[in-house]
Design a binder for this molecule. Structure first.
Ligand code: ZN
Length: 378
């Protein structure tokens, strides 16, 4: 494995503001992006999340930083197994094909390939180590071959109340009704196998498999050590996934914060509803790519505050196409204005794409060319 942290003191010092957090960056930046469960096609909501993570990475690289990005693949997941059964395919085949399709779409959308693509199945041993560490610190307990972590307070960091946290836990299949739990908000680090399970691995607690939140925590710890500089994902992952992931890692290592900064892209809705397979309310990235340029799709996703939820409509995409044309025209102007530095500077300030775009359009020339190149809009 490559040395992801050869030095913390290479590259210029700078500050990246993300909402209320200002992150001083010195040198090598470690980024972890929660990836897909490869069971279905990529919708615009996924694409927007990965385009935002890509934009953050590009801004950091532009400012001279070495960035190592890990984006995982959740290939141990009940939803994946269920979909494979429905299709009558093996889950490994389904995961391989869907992953290839996803990566193709990301490449077309100019989302840079991650440096590391860990998958849950490759890190079973690390989840077992994490569970053992949590048990050792009395941050977890074992019942009937399942290891539960004491995460009942993790929601406190998210601003949710307990009632909402319980709803979210149920929504994300954390099974708050499990009678073996000390608290309904405790989560599974290691899940004992049942006779219905297609896949399981040996552990000190018997055959079983990792829990989702533990997978990401274990992969971050294995790849980057006790913390990361920037952790990305969709806004819906704030709780339980990210909060529990951080709680597990912090309890196991004693190092806090687990993530110095969080970039959770606002959710995309269509016709006033959340974009989800369960509601049939999906806009697929590959469908949009048939009629629109990758640059326009990127600009549509990025030309707004990153955390804000937004509503997709075809008019949004037409507007992005038109803005892109204006931008190309501005880039062709030959102004010798020195204003180009204002574009990357605006992006360091809360990834403010609308402001950087306004500068690019107004100044034209090098400012517009910098904007296009930095955000991969050509
Ligand atoms: Zn994750």
């Amino acid at each position: 494995m490559q040395d992801v942290n050869p030095s913390r003191l290479t590259g210029p010092p700078m500050r990246l503001r993300l909402g209320t957090t200002t992150l001083p960056m010195v040198g090598h930046v470690r980024m972890y992006v929660c990836g897909i469960t490869p069971y279905d096609v990529t919708h615009l909501g996924h694409a927007a999340t990965y385009i935002w993570a890509d934009a953050a990475e590009r801004v950091l690289r532009w400012h001279g930083h070495t960035v190592t990005v890990a984006r995982n693949v959740t290939d141990v997941d009940d939803v994946l197994y269920a979909e494979a059964r429905r299709r009558g395919e093996s889950h490994t085949m389904l995961a391989t094909l869907q992953r290839a399709a996803f990566e193709g779409t990301m490449a077309t959308l100019q989302v840079r390939q991650p440096d590391l693509s860990p998958s849950a199945a490759q890190h079973i041993g690390h989840v077992v180590q994490l569970a053992a560490a949590l048990l050792d610190r009395d941050a977890a307990y074992e019942r009937n071959g399942t290891v539960y972590a004491r995460t009942s307070h993790a929601y406190a960091t998210t601003g949710l109340d307990r009632e909402t946290a319980l709803q979210r836990a149920a929504e994300f299949h954390d099974n708050p009704g499990d009678p073996d739990k000390d608290d309904p908000l405790d989560i599974t680090v290691w899940q004992a196998a049942t006779p219905d399970d297609e896949v399981s691995w040996p552990s000190p607690w018997g055959e079983g498999r990792p829990g989702w939140h533990a997978e990401c925590a274990a992969m971050v710890l294995a790849l980057f050590g006790a913390s990361v500089d920037l952790h990305c994902g969709g806004a819906d992952l704030a709780y339980p996934h990210h909060a529990c992931e951080a709680a597990l890692a912090e309890a196991a290592t004693g190092v806090a914060p687990f993530a110095r900064g969080w970039l959770r892209a606002g959710l995309v809705s269509v016709n006033g509803e959340k974009m989800a397979k369960s509601t049939g309310n999906l806009v697929l990235a590959e469908d949009l790519l048939r009629e629109h340029s990758p640059g326009a799709i990127r600009l549509m996703c990025l030309n707004r505050p990153w955390a804000q939820p937004w509503e997709y409509s075809p008019a949004e995409l037409d507007l992005a196409e038109a803005t892109l044309e204006q931008l190309y025209a501005a880039a062709a102007r030959l102004e010798a204005q020195p204003g180009a530095a204002a574009v990357p500077a605006a992006l360091l300030d809360d990834l403010d794409v609308p402001r950087a775009l306004a500068i690019a359009l107004e100044d034209g020339g090098q400012a517009a060319r910098t904007f296009i190149e930095l955000l991969a809009l050509s």
